[in-house]
Design a protein around this ligand. Structure first.
Ligand SMILES: Cc1cc2nc3c(=O)[nH]c(=O)nc-3n(C[C@H](O)[C@H](O)[C@H](O)COP(=O)(O)OP(=O)(O)OC[C@H]3O[C@@H](n4cnc5c(N)ncnc54)[C@H](O)[C@@H]3O)c2cc1C
Length: 387
């Protein structure tokens, strides 16, 4: 279809990816964002090859490569530092046809905002309601104004307002049982090799570092916690020292080097798979459609895939907007459902929901063949729309 007007709610990765793709298709696109100043939630993100392929298609391949880290190996170590397995990721890249790139979120957001046109994102516009009449779809904002187009896209994250229109308010986010601390540090050899993603595991906890552009590591820690714990920034180093006491020296070095004021301390949640991703002329993309725990590193990559598939059906089919959105839902629903559930299961294994299963997983890690690990990752990547 030609000459469509799209109203996008939210300017995270999902909204920007959809916005860039639709503008490239020649559509009139308006993005509305509730905050006045964008601040990414989290310091870094690992974009696996399926997400990168979408960025390549949007013409952003060289830019993402320039801000990305060179992640050539993946290394699991025990809490004491013993190597459990060491995976060469180059054969994986050859298998799927593209590298993964871990990036700083600020760099990624800047790259995507520039590609869309930063001044074109309408800031301070909180959507409170959406509606449609068979010919058009409309978003209504807190200030009483509204925006009408052929299609409204809800890219408004895990607590989506647009989703409540599709699901009659029935979907609540679900606490995954653990806290994630993350941030950036300057890369150095007393932390990890510069081309490795290292993951220390033990006692149902994780501590990890991966290279991002600008000679930095994106780090994260994870540990089970009851919901609602709060720690002031000035006490975060002490909290990590206590939680990871006795762990290997590089983990201690990392804790000593972090800037506690810049650490994000997040309670991780997901949502149950949705029965539908679209209703008439209104569609969900990204976390509003399938917020997931980050243990597969696929949430943002799925947002990219959503944008690619949604835009493709709008461009290539010509029956109606509603029909194109239905095709989008048919292609995406099962894929995102399976990934949300797989990530949930993996989260429970990593974070000691059943300590026996977690111990079994540590044993498995020691025995896993390199090919089994890379094949499992390749299967997820190649299950996306761009093979
Ligand atoms: C700790 C952590 C690590 C992760 N690691 C990875 C990883 O390695 N790889 C990966 O692929 N994914 C990862 N993810 C997942 C990834 O971050 C998300 O899937 C992705 O950011 C979702 O983007 P989004 O645009 O859908 O949502 P968001 O980034 O939440 O953006 C939603 C936007 O909508 C705006 N908004 C909300 N409500 C309204 C409203 N009513 N009106 C207007 N605007 C509104 C918000 O302000 C926000 O800007 C991780 C997530 C976490 C928490």
């Amino acid at each position: 279809m030609y000459g469509l007007k799209a109203i996008i709610i939210g300017s995270g990765m999902a909204g920007l990816a959809a916005g860039i793709a639709m503008r490239q298709a020649g559509y009139d696109v308006e993005i509305y964002e509730k905050t006045r100043k964008l601040r990414p939630a989290g310091a870094g993100i690992s974009l696996w090859s399926n997400g990168i392929k979408v960025l390549n298609k949007l013409g952003l391949g060289e830019k993402v490569a320039a801000i990305g880290g060179q992640m050539n190996r993946m290394e699991y170590r025990s809490d004491r530092g013993e190597i459990l397995n060491d995976i060469n990721l180059i054969p994986l890249m050859e298998q799927v046809g593209e590298r993964p790139y871990p990036v700083s979120r600020t760099d990624l957001q800047q790259m995507m905002l520039e590609a869309f046109g930063e001044s074109d994102v309408r800031m301070g516009m909180r959507c409170v309601e959406v509606k449609q009449d068979g010919e058009t779809a409309t978003a209504i904002f807190e200030d009483g104004s509204s925006a009408t187009g052929d299609v409204v896209i809800g890219a408004d994250g895990i607590h989506s307002v647009v989703r409540s229109y599709l699901t009659d308010n029935k979907v609540e986010s679900r606490y995954a049982g653990y806290v994630n601390w993350n941030g950036l540090v300057e890369a150095s050899s007393d932390l990890a090799a510069s081309d490795v993603w290292v993951i220390y595991v033990g006692q149902g906890k994780r501590a990890s570092m991966m290279p991002v552009g600008g000679n930095r590591f994106y780090f994260f820690f994870g540990c089970r916690r009851p919901q609602g714990t709060k720690v002031e920034a000035k006490n975060i180093r002490a909290e990590l020292q206590e939680t990871f006491a006795g762990w290997a020296q590089p983990v201690q070095n990392l804790i000593a080097k972090i800037d506690p004021e810049q650490v994000n301390r997040l309670e991780i949640s997901d949502i149950d798979p949705l029965p539908n991703l679209v209703k008439g002329r209104i569609a969900l993309v990204g976390d509003s459609a399938h917020a997931t725990t980050p243990t597969l590193g696929q949430g943002g990559c799925q947002a990219m895939e959503d944008a690619e598939v949604l835009c493709r059906y709008l461009i290539t089919t010509n029956i109606s907007v509603e029909d194109a959105l239905q095709r989008y839902e048919t292609e995406r629903k099962e894929r995102v459902k399976q990934l949300v559930l797989k990530a949930r299961k993996r989260t429970d294994t990593i974070y000691n929901k059943d300590p026996d299963l977690t111990q079994e997983w540590y044993e498995q890690l020691k025995q896993e063949e390199e090919k089994d690990v890379t094949n499992a990752i390749a299967k997820i990547i190649l299950g996306g729309p761009l093979h």
